[in-house]
Ligand binder design. Sequence first.
Ligand SMILES: [Fe+2]
Length: 176
Amino acid sequence: MQGREGSIPLRRGACHGAWSLLEQWRATLEAMEDLLRAILEEYPLPKEGLHGPRHWLRVSRVGLELAKATPGADPEVEYLFALFHDACRENEHTDPDHGFRGAALAGSMRGTHLLHLNDAQFELLRYACTHHTDGETTTDPTIGCCWDADRLDLGRVGIEPEAEYLSTAAGRKLIP
Ligand SMILES: [Fe+2]
């Protein structure tokens, strides 16, 4: 019993780094959850729809893979693009200004949920959201990963993604 009690401080000491890391992860996960909740409160369409959270999740997952394989791409901006780019759609069909409104929503959260984002990151996020439906490609690695991840999910609406509309080599590799 004595030995067991004596071993506790030792374990705490040995695990201090891991606990500290877990605290950071917990704080990050809570912040991500708060941000998602705040965005969903503003989302006006059915959550199970074509442009809803399941699409956001796929765009974030593919976009982070693309960012990993694309030198210079910012994975944090890609993740935020996934959450914001369709968050202000007013319908599931034609809504040409929804990207602009998504960027504006992100701007409205800069003082609350996006405090950590610097000006350059926010500008990338704003541009990527605003212009993601213009049909353009880009040489910017971060914006390219954002747009490619969105376009690679076009299969859900019956459109096959085409390599000529993708911006990154990593994205084009995913076209059969
Ligand atoms: Fe989208």
